[in-house]
Design a protein around this ligand. Structure first.
Ligand SMILES: [Zn+2]
Length: 309
């Protein structure tokens, strides 16, 4: 069970389900303000297919004490029920009890609202983000999320299908999924497999171009990751050297890394990989377009010289 309380941005987007956060006298008010948060969150909207801001809409459910003697209600919007709300302090109940119960918050994608002003606020299909949490006597747990964390991942990484294999694209998806569920070493291992295969294939290309002998290729294979990256620098984006500290991290054996370290490095390592893949994709598109121009040009030249002769 973790002690640290995530930010609303983290909790309402990527924080994993069923991971307990310890509840104590000291952090009750922090947990209460997290669950009562009405701050907008930024995340990928699967309905829009791009990043969006989700504005807080309402509490669908929230634990409330009523003066009418009902000990605890989980009703939404008590003012419609004609009940009056009491604070547990007034009843002499410990402050931790104040947050116990089921909390369900609803956020709405602001892109959807931007695009269609005619939408009635109670329509159900306006790209909602719904989070439910359960607070027991000892912990807070996120117990539901719609759309799922997996669906809310940005799937734009699939654009790399043009430059890496379907298997590699799938492994990037697995890495992102594991990271979203707080699995540090596991997510990093998947990312690193894609890296290694990419660097090896760039090495093979370079060997072909420069006519390396088998021995040199073998030497390349036995190099550390940072040395391999140095060797294939001409195949990588121009500014890749700015990211030298990452090469060293990539060279470490998985057994040398802690789960926390892998989680901390995941985003920069992923961005570094995506930067290289975007660059390769652009280079490939440039090459294809040149090939097409040359082919069309040759056709014209051939026709022209044919008509002359
Ligand atoms: Zn949306």
């Amino acid at each position: 069970m973790q002690e640290e309380i995530p930010s609303p941005q983290e909790y309402y987007t990527t924080f994993p389900l069923y991971q307990g956060i310890r509840l104590s006298e000291e952090n009750t008010s922090a947990i209460r303000s997290l669950l009562s948060s009405t701050t907008a969150v930024d995340t990928f909207c699967p309905s829009c297919g791009e990043k969006s801001t989700f504005q807080f809409k309402q509490f669908i459910c929230k634990p409330i004490y009523c003066k009418e003697g009902v000990e605890r209600s989980f009703l939404y919007n008590m003012r419609f029920m004609g009940a009056s709300i009491a604070t547990p302090e007034r009843k002499g109940i410990p402050s931790t009890v104040w947050v116990h119960g089921l909390w369900v918050s609803e956020f709405i994608c602001s892109r959807q609202n931007d695009n269609d002003f005619s939408i009635h606020e109670n329509r159900l299909d306006n790209h909602p983000l719904i989070i439910s949490s359960w607070v027991s006597e000892t912990s807070l747990m996120k117990i539901g999320q719609y759309p799922s964390i997996r669906d809310m991942e940005d799937s734009s990484y699939k654009r790399f299908r043009k430059v890496i294999s379907t298997g590699d694209v799938r492994e990037i998806g697995t890495a992102l999924g594991l990271y979203a569920h707080g699995v540090g070493v596991g997510s990093y291992v998947y990312l690193r497999r894609v890296y290694e295969r990419l660097i090896l294939s760039l090495g093979a290309e370079l060997a072909k171009e420069e006519g390396w002998e088998n021995k040199a290729q073998q030497k390349f294979h036995s190099m550390r990751m940072d040395e391999k990256i140095e060797r294939v620098l001409t195949k990588l984006p121009d500014d890749v050297e700015h990211y030298k500290p990452l090469y060293a991290f990539l060279s470490k054996g998985v057994h040398e890394l802690s789960d926390e370290e892998c989680l901390a490095y995941f985003e920069p390592v992923k961005d570094f990989l995506f930067m290289i893949l975007d660059d390769l994709e652009r280079a490939k598109a440039r090459q294809e377009s040149r090939k097409k121009i040359t082919a069309n040009l040759n056709k014209i030249v051939e026709r022209h010289s044919g008509s002359r002769g």
